[in-house]
Design a protein around this ligand. Structure first.
Ligand code: NAD
Ligand code: TYD
Length: 358
């Protein structure tokens, strides 16, 4: 079996659904069910014995050791993390705990387990450390996209914690020979994403007739990748990636936030128009995120050339699928919009003054 950490989160859950749809090999899913963990995303697996869920923390060394020795996974897909930049500005300690200490603990226990394997099992073992392009910092408009040789320059507490985790992953590969592969992926979107992130937040608020808060001038650029394409990329990395290596994964799909929100409003208008007006009328410019990275972009050449991977979805098809999923699953978001979610919206947006339209 494979061990997936953070499998109740956005990408982890989509990965497990994709994996079990395409493979017979079982998944052991270790997740602490933070605010972002949601077993409703995996409800379709309730009667599937190939999905084994363990409610626990990757920092719990005894638990992690026991899971390795009992279940003897042939690979780890490590997704578990605190993942939202805005939350890392308000409460960075959680990011150090889960992303740095958690990844270190997982690596250390993986190493102890790996050392005890037979030589052939050791050769086949993989630890895939799922990371982000945000570790590379921010690009100027005319700069070449990030690649595997770009120097790390994290700017937010989130990206700093992911960079620290990546450094530990690299060190365990280099020092001990643990077969670690780190992937650095661009912004994901798709079904089952927590509605604090840009696309599901805008869908949820537009349908509720609430203001759509665009940070700063709305010209920050992200490189968007449909989540299933990320999951398939990770499957390729697990199957054929070089241990000790890193892979940049991205959609070659750069869009400024304001353009994205307009495109999203147009799609919502097409499939579920409001009683009056246009969803785009709800767009409001609000105070910028402190330290807001201007542009991310990925050169996924190594993924393409070495592993034959390319995204299957365009932004148009991926966005259509995403909007359709949220419209077909209103209960999924409704169940999240509980007390703790409301607290977050109050904290992040309540005191964020609306800016003049530029
Ligand atoms: P998410 O916040 O939706 O989910 C994270 C999951 O990890 C949750 O289920 C949570 O309960 C779990 N978790 C957190 N801390 C834990 C701990 N200490 N022990 C056990 N479980 C814990 O995040 P996501 O968007 O699915 O991202 C998954 C991974 O992919 C993260 O490592 C993130 O840095 C990386 N990544 C995300 C994106 C993106 O656009 N979302 C892009 C590139 C890389
Ligand atoms: P986000 O989904 O938080 O991902 P990340 O910061 O990791 O790239 O945000 C994507 C972009 O959208 C980012 O430039 C910040 C911007 N943004 C807004 O303009 N308004 C919002 O309410 C949110 C959550 C994000």
């Amino acid at each position: 079996m494979i061990l997936v950490t953070g499998g109740a989160g956005f990408i982890g859950a989509n990965f497990i659904l994709s994996w079990l749809g395409r493979n017979s090999e079982p998944v052991l899913n270790l997740d602490k069910l933070s605010y972002a963990g949601n077993l409703a995303s995996l409800a379709s697996l309730a009667d599937d014995a190939r999905h084994v869920f363990v409610h626990g923390d990757i920092r719990d060394r005894a638990l992690v050791a026991r899971l390795f020795s009992t279940h003897r996974p042939r690979a780890v897909l490590h997704f578990a993390a605190e993942s939202h930049v805005d939350r890392s500005i308000h409460a960075p300690g959680e990011f150090v705990e889960s992303n740095v200490v958690g990844t270190f603990t997982l690596l250390d226990e993986a190493l102890a387990y790996w050392k005890g394997l037979a030589a052939s099992e050791r050769d086949a073992f993989r630890f895939v450390n799922v990371s982000t392009d945000e570790v590379y910092g921010s690009l100027e408009a005319d700069e070449a996209p990030f690649s595997e040789s770009t120097a790390y320059a994290p700017n937010s507490p989130y990206s700093a914690s992911k960079a620290a985790a990546d450094h530990f992953a690299r060190a365990y590969a280099h020092t001990h020979g643990l077969p670690v592969i780190t992937t650095n992926c661009s912004n994901n979107y798709g079904p089952r994403q927590f509605p604090e992130k840009l696309i599901p937040l805008m869908i949820h608020r537009a349908l509720a007739g609430e203001p759509l808060p665009v940070y700063g001038d709305g010209l920050n650029v992200r490189d968007w990748l449909y989540v299933d394409d990320h999951c398939l990329a990770l499957e390729r990395v697990l199957a054929a990636g070089r241990p000790g290596s890193t892979y940049c994964i991205g959609g070659a799909n750069e869009i400024a936030n304001l353009d994205l929100v307009h495109t999203l409003c147009d799609e919502l208008q097409r499939v579920q128009p409001p009683a009056t007006g246009h969803y785009a009328d709800l767009i409001r410019f609000v105070a910028d995120r402190p330290g807001h990275d201007r542009r991310y972009a990925i050169d996924a050449g190594r993924m393409r050339q070495e592993l034959g991977w390319a995204p299957a979805e365009t932004f148009a098809t991926g966005l259509r699928r995403t909007v359709a999923w949220y419209l077909e699953n209103p209960g999924w978001v409704a169940d999240i919009v509980n007390g703790s979610y409301r607290d977050w919206v109050g904290l992040n947006y309540g005191r964020r003054p609306e800016a003049e339209r530029t």
